[in-house]
Design a protein around this ligand. Structure first.
Ligand code: UDP
Ligand code: MG
Length: 139
């Protein structure tokens, strides 16, 4: 079974989309095995998005991600990484397919409601960034 990390970003929290996002994932066979509300500071957001350091959007992205609380979750299921990304839609909501979370709810390419890991290695890094072993559950 594959695992991935998803985040309801600060804009998703402001738009009251926590339940909507979790329901979408669960309705498509993903199991929530870790879940919490956090508030990243700038340094924590910079560490999480370290792969994007140096890109033009890095400063604004990490300010946005540290602007308020987020909900972080570990999802488990067959093909969890690609399934989560399919349900999220493309990074830019204008490019995202009809019916995806970002198409439906995102404000713009930055404030796009939800995060999902993009590969097994990034999923492993991102899960351990927010969760220790005692915070992930088998059921
Ligand atoms: N982002 C942005 N401008 C861009 C590309 C990305 O503000 O031109 C933000 C956006 O919030 C995105 C995050 O940076 O979700 C991470 O970018 P990535 O390319 O990894 O997109 P994702 O994997 O989230 O679809
Ligand atoms: Mg990404």
């Amino acid at each position: 079974m594959e695992r991935t990390l998803s985040i309801v970003k600060p804009d998703g929290i402001q738009k009251h989309l926590i339940g909507e996002v979790i329901k979408r994932f669960q309705d498509h066979g993903l199991k929530v095995i870790g879940l919490k509300m956090i508030s990243m500071d700038k340094k924590e957001a910079e560490g999480f998005y370290a792969v994007h350091r140096g890109k033009p959007f890095y400063g604004s992205l990490t300010t946005f991600m540290s602007s308020g609380p987020s909900v972080v979750m570990v999802l488990e299921g067959e093909g969890a990484i690609s399934k989560t990304r399919e349900l999220m839609g493309a990074t830019d909501p204008k490019q995202a397919k009809e019916g995806t979370l970002r198409r439906q709810f995102a404000t713009n390419i930055e404030k796009n409601v939800v995060h999902g890991s993009d590969a097994p290695e990034t999923a492993a890094f991102e899960i351990q960034y927010f969760f220790n072993a005692l915070e992930i559950f088998e059921y």
